[in-house]
Design a protein around this ligand. Structure first.
Ligand SMILES: [Zn+2]
Length: 339
């Protein structure tokens, strides 16, 4: 099986968040067939270990996808299919590149391949599980930033689940209907974010709110409304502190906060970033820096994001081992119907 066949077979296995078992088993069997020590861990992650000595470098990608079927096909040298870009392509690249580096005899480190489950779900089950188990010297996240790009930071995240139940409001009465109360809360959240964003030109420095879901109903006696609001956070905004501020705007509604994750940015001067810059130049491209690449549905080709200290808060200070793994032939892939 060559690189392209491997990626296509991987993309053909549906792996919605929470239903990754078949994809994980496929990866483990593939890695074992190539002589790699591989297993499915207790969280369901596909794990592979390459190399026996030197610093530990984690190559992490998620193997789950969001819903929405995209027929898998190859056209004009491009592979189309759900997850081809986000993020099966990058993780397939990690596996094949790790093997190549090992076989070349120049691998001066241990590589830990982690195909994580449930990244596209609020639970982030796979990442939370490995965070407790490993303490790598470097961590490289495979996400679709483009092979010639380096993603140094991610915005933080806060998810608000809103629910309000109240006696049914008469349309001519004083009491505002339940859906109106949710709309009022959403507007208050927007205004709160706008006030914070005043004078902050760069998107990476702003709080970005989005209204994700709304549902309402009633039985004639009581009405209810539910909604989900997502917020992407800049550096310096603590999710818990923001949650407390927004709680004050919710009136009588019940709020539940999820996915509380602060923003992270690693320095441009890190050994890992330097290694990637050299590797990108070596492969003939001018490298680009990205700080605000959203993790989901990003336009572009499979690439490598780095590093994610939400997972491993360790200082980056060793030698640039990563560039070897980066020198692999790019497999064009498309993850969107529109491309
Ligand atoms: Zn992703």
């Amino acid at each position: 099986m060559n690189d392209e066949q491997f990626l296509e077979a991987f993309v053909r296995i549906p792996s919605l968040s929470g239903q990754e078992a078949a994809a994980a088993a496929f990866l483990v069997a593939h890695m074992q067939g190539l002589g790699v020590r591989a297993f499915v861990d207790a969280a369901g992650n596909a794990i592979g270990e390459v190399g026996t000595s030197g610093p530990l470098v984690a190559l992490l990608g998620h193997i789950d996808t969001v819903p929405g079927d995209i027929a898998v096909r190859v056209a004009d040298g491009r592979l189309y299919g759900r997850g081809a870009v986000d993020a099966k392509g990058p993780f397939a690249t990690f596996i094949r590149a790790a093997l190549r580096a090992h076989e070349s005899g120049r691998l001066g480190c241990r590589l830990l391949l982690i195909g994580a489950v449930e990244e596209e779900a609020a639970s982030s089950k796979g990442a939370h599980f490995v965070k407790e188990r490993y303490t790598p010297d470097f961590c490289i996240i495979g996400e679709p930033s483009g092979w010639e790009r380096i993603t140094l930071g991610y915005k933080g995240r806060l998810l608000i689940r809103y629910r309000l139940e109240q006696p049914s409001a008469h349309s001519a009465g004083e009491l505002r209907a339940a859906p109106e109360q949710l709309v009022a809360f959403w507007r208050a959240v927007e205004a709160h974010c706008q006030a914070f964003n005043q004078g902050r030109e760069r998107v990476f420095a702003q709080i970005s709110p989005s209204l994700r879901q709304v549902a309402s109903g009633g039985d004639g006696l009581h009405d209810w409304v539910e909604g989900t609001i997502g917020l992407r956070l800049p550096e310096g905004v603590e999710p818990a502190a923001l949650a407390e501020e927004l709680s004050a705007l919710a009136g009588g509604a019940a709020l539940r906060f999820e996915s509380m994750c602060p923003a992270f940015r690693s320095p441009r001067s890190s050994a890992l970033a330097s290694a990637f810059v050299r590797a990108i130049r070596h492969n003939g491209a001018t490298w680009l820096l990205a700080q605000n690449r959203h993790r989901r549905h990003e336009r572009g080709r499979p690439g490598l994001g780095l590093p994610d200290r939400r997972l491993w808060p360790r200082r980056l200070s060793a030698r640039p081992y990563a560039e070897r793994a980066h020198r692999t032939r790019r497999i064009p892939a498309c993850d969107r119907r529109t491309q």
